[in-house]
Unconditional design. Structure first.
Length: 356
């Protein structure tokens, strides 16, 4: 019993070795954290010092780098001078000198459209038809008036012929005293009246013919024709729509299609006015389309438009293609290079400018 109590008291006693070891382990952990923090601070300081040294190194290297281009400036200036006396580059677009939106001269309803985009048309070809029922009726009426005038002329002519024969017989009888002067005067009056009626009928016939020609011309306007040969690039109207030569609001259209003459395409570029003296009419040009960067097209200068753009300080130059190709389309972007002849490069700038 006494031994059990002794063991119980020993179990309740405080172990001083463990309590002393705990503070020592806490102190060791605090030293470990302090050491790690010191290492981090040293690393950060080293990185900052390295960055500062590198920054000073770059600043010290800048004058050297700046001096290098200065030493290399004479060759660059020489190359720029060579370029200045060589080719001149500019950019622009392919344009068509003949491009028209085909429209009707009268107001009417579209009955038929005979073209599509990409179709080639010839001058005078019918591209669309309008509703022409009333115009056809007006033409038939005018032609009937012409026929009526012709019939009236025929009747008056026959009466005049008969009256002329009567006048001749009465005149013969009057000379032999078988007819009175009154009969002769009456016959003369009848001939005069019929002659006047004949002239009136002829005038009416001429008016009827002019009316018929006008009606035929109006009827022909219901057929919309191509003004020149070219390619249809846009179809605007559809069957059933109303079309008019002028915009009247609503859903009335003013055009049937757009036609471009592909033989009239050329290049228009804007050249800085400071270099326009290096461009001469007839000069050779190399053109490169943005759509075909590997295709160099020979061209030549048509003319320099004699006016400058004040806002852009440029002068427009027209350039022709020396060879036509279906791949060249209007509104394509193009870059051109003006080629100067070898002897032209030797001329002074004033002489070149005066040649323009």
């Amino acid at each position: 019993m006494t031994e059990e109590k002794t063991k119980l008291l020993r179990s309740l006693a405080i172990d001083r070795s463990v309590s002393e070891a705990a503070p020592s382990s806490g102190r060791s952990s605090r030293w470990l954290l302090a050491a790690v923090a010191g290492v981090v601070v040293i690393a950060v300081a080293a990185v900052a010092l390295f960055g500062l040294l590198e920054f000073h190194g770059l600043r010290s290297a800048e004058p050297v780098a700046a001096k290098a281009p200065e030493m290399a400036s004479p060759p660059q200036q020489q190359s720029l001078a060579k370029k200045d006396t060589g080719a001149l580059a500019a950019s622009g677009y392919v344009v068509a000198r003949r491009k028209a939106t085909v429209a009707a001269e009268i107001t009417g309803k579209v009955m038929e459209v005979l073209i599509e985009e990409g179709m080639t048309v010839t001058e005078g070809q019918v591209v669309a038809r309008l509703d022409s029922v009333l115009a056809e009726s007006d033409l038939a009426l005018a032609r009937s008036r012409v026929e009526a005038a012709d019939a009236a002329i025929g009747a008056v002519t026959a009466d005049l012929k008969d009256a002329t024969l009567i006048l001749s017989r009465v005149g013969t009888l009057a000379q032999k005293n078988y007819a009175t002067d009154a009969d002769h005067t009456k016959a003369q009056a009848r001939v005069g009246v019929l002659t006047a009626q004949l002239r009136q009928a002829q005038s009416q016939r001429d008016s009827a013919r002019l009316d018929a020609e006008r009606s035929a011309s109006v009827l022909d306007k219901y057929k919309i024709r191509a003004p020149f040969s070219g390619v249809v690039v846009d179809r605007s109207a559809q069957p059933g729509e109303m079309i008019s030569p002028m915009s009247v609001g609503g859903f009335t259209r003013t055009g049937i299609c757009t036609i471009v003459d592909m033989d009239s395409i050329e290049i228009e570029v804007d050249v800085n006015e400071a270099f326009i003296g290096r461009v001469v009419a007839g000069g050779k040009v190399n053109a490169v389309l943005d759509a075909y960067p590997d295709w160099s097209i020979p061209a030549s200068v048509i003319a320099i438009v004699p006016t400058a753009n004040r806002e852009k300080a440029t002068v427009k130059v027209r350039i022709r293609f020396e060879q036509k190709d279906p791949r060249i389309l209007p509104d394509m972007a193009v870059k051109v290079t003006f080629i100067r002849e070898a002897n032209a490069g030797a001329l002074p700038p004033n002489a070149t400018a005066s040649a323009n």
